[in-house]
Design a protein around this ligand. Structure first.
Ligand SMILES: [Zn+2]
Length: 183
């Protein structure tokens, strides 16, 4: 048992020697820590894990997450993950999602609630997709006044100031029960 402390992104083993366990991911070459904790390289099962008190859950490829938009950049958004496959997570892992191919001015705003599908883990960053119909914004507000908005086809309209705007809406938009959504 070799045990040391790891920080997210740290290389902890080669995938030729170990499989990914809890709180780890691989980049096709190396197993990385995905959380702060003690490295646990199990020589019997050949599984590399990071022991974390809260057992941070890292979404896997294909998982559907619900999160809060933390930042909006010109061609991507960063999302703090709140739910993985409908299960709440307190680990506040972030993923990024490219919005380059969406012909929309405002795909999502900071603090919008969005649902995304995990695409891959690259260089310690979790990448997600928003293109599929059920993916996209679940909750948003008016960009001008912060008022409540209603859906009008692909657009949204503010019930307070009548501002019309665009989002990449999920087909589940307006479903306040989104917490229970499952793939
Ligand atoms: Zn408004």
């Amino acid at each position: 048992m070799s045990e040391t402390f790891a920080f997210p992104g740290d290389k902890i083993a080669s995938i030729e020697e170990y499989e990914t366990g809890y709180n780890t991911f691989d980049d096709g070459d190396v197993v990385h820590a995905a959380a702060v904790g003690e490295i646990d390289l199990n020589k019997e099962t050949r599984v590399a894990s990071v022991k974390h008190q809260k057992m941070i859950s890292i979404p896997k490829i294909g998982d559907v997450i619900i999160g809060t938009v933390a930042a909006v950049m010109s061609s991507m958004i960063a999302v703090s993950i709140d739910y993985i496959n409908g299960k709440p997570t307190t680990s506040k892992v972030e993923c990024v999602c490219s919005t380059r191919n969406l012909r929309k001015k405002n795909v999502a705003l900071v603090n919008d609630i969005v649902t995304l599908k995990i695409l891959n883990h690259l260089n310690g960053t979790i990448h997600a997709a928003i293109e599929e119909p059920h993916l996209g914004v679940l909750f948003t507000k008016c960009r001008k006044c912060g008022g409540k908005v209603v859906q009008m086809r692909d657009a949204i309209k503010c019930t307070d100031c009548a501002w019309i705007d665009e989002r990449k809406l999920s087909t589940n938009y307006g479903n306040s029960d989104f917490v229970k959504l499952r793939e």
